[in-house]
Design a protein. Structure first.
Length: 278
C-alpha cells in the first residue's frame, strides 16, 4: 500500500518536472529559486510553530518527571532534603523561563521582518541571475578564462537539471505509439541512406539538453571549447568517432561550426542507434 502511494506521488512529481523542464532556461531557474525560497519559508514556519513548541512541551514533561522523582526521594530520605529542595527550585525557575520563551515565540513577526524577507528574496534572485542565468547565455560569445568559468558554471547547472530530467524520465514517459509494422522498412531505409552518404542528425539527451560543449579536438581540456549546443539544436554526424580511453567523441557540424567534437554520452540513444554508433 505504501509502495503504491509512493509510486503515485513519484508519478505526479515526475509529470510536473517533465513539463517544467521544457520551460526556457531563465524562466526555469527563476521558478526554481522561487520554489526554494517558498520551501525555506515553509520549513521555518514548521520549525517555529510546530517543532519548537513540541520541544518545549517535551522539556516541560522532563522537568515534571524530575520534580516528581525529587519529591519521591525527599519523602524517603531527609538526609539530602535541602539539596533536593534547591534542585526543585532550580527546575521551577527553568520551567518559568521556558514559559516566557514560548510566549515570546507566539508574538507575530513585525513588519520589518516581512521587508527583510522581500529583500532576501530579491538578493537571492539577483545572485542567481548574475551567477547562473547570465553565464548560461554568455558562454557562446566569450573567450579565454571567462568562457572557461562560464563553462564550469553551466556544467554544474546542467548536471543538476539533468538529474531532474532523469528522475522525470524514470517515472513518467509520454505515450508514444511504436510503429512495429514499419521497423523492417525503417531498417532497410537506414541502410540505403548510409550507402548514399546520408547525413544523420543527432540531438542532445537529458544530460546535455541544457548545454553541451563542442570542442575543436576530441579531448576534454579547457582550451578547446569552441561553443555550446543546447535544447533541440541539430548536430550533423560527420561519420567519425574517436575514443581517448575515457570518453567517446563524435565529430559533428552545426550551422555555425563545422567538424567539432561532442561527447557521445550527451547524445540521445535513439539517434546513436539510427546512425549506427555503438
Amino acid at each position: 500500500m505504501i509502495d503504491a502511494i509512493l509510486n503515485i506521488l513519484n508519478l505526479y512529481i515526475a509529470i510536473i518536472a517533465h513539463y517544467l523542464l521544457k520551460l526556457p532556461f531563465a524562466v526555469l531557474i527563476i521558478f526554481a529559486v522561487l520554489l526554494v525560497f517558498i520551501g525555506l519559508r515553509i520549513v521555518l514556519f514548521l520549525v517555529r510553530r510546530i517543532i519548537i513548541p513540541l520541544f518545549f512541551i517535551l522539556l516541560k514533561y522532563i522537568i515534571y518527571f524530575l520534580q516528581l522523582l525529587a519529591f519521591t526521594i525527599a519523602k524517603k530520605s531527609t538526609k539530602h532534603r535541602n539539596k533536593i529542595e534547591n534542585f526543585d527550585e532550580s527546575l521551577n525557575t527553568f520551567g518559568m523561563k521556558l514559559t516566557e520563551w514560548q510566549e515570546q515565540l507566539k508574538v507575530r513577526t513585525p513588519e520589518g521582518g516581512k521587508k527583510i524577507r522581500i529583500y532576501a528574496f530579491l538578493i537571492l534572485l539577483l545572485l542567481t541571475v548574475v551567477l547562473v542565468i547570465v553565464p548560461h547565455y554568455m558562454e557562446r560569445s566569450l573567450t579565454g578564462n571567462a568562457k572557461v568559468i562560464c563553462g564550469r558554471i553551466n556544467e554544474a547547472s546542467n548536471k543538476i537539471l539533468g538529474g531532474f530530467q532523469n528522475y522525470a524520465d524514470e517515472y513518467y514517459t509520454p505515450v508514444i505509439k511504436e510503429k512495429d509494422d514499419f521497423e523492417n522498412i525503417n531498417t532497410a531505409a537506414a541502410d540505403s541512406k548510409l550507402d548514399e552518404g546520408y547525413q544523420y542528425i543527432l540531438h542532445l539527451n537529458s544530460e546535455g539538453y541544457y548545454g553541451a560543449n563542442l570542442r575543436s579536438s576530441p579531448e576534454k581540456i579547457n582550451t578547446n571549447v569552441l561553443t555550446t549546443a543546447s535544447g533541440e539544436d541539430e548536430l550533423i554526424y560527420e561519420n567519425e568517432i574517436v575514443n581517448d580511453g575515457a570518453i567517446t567523441w563524435i565529430k559533428v557540424s552545426t550551422e555555425r561550426f563545422s567538424e567539432v567534437w561532442v561527447s557521445k554520452k550527451l547524445i540521445r540513444e535513439e539517434d546513436l542507434k539510427a546512425a549506427g554508433i555503438e
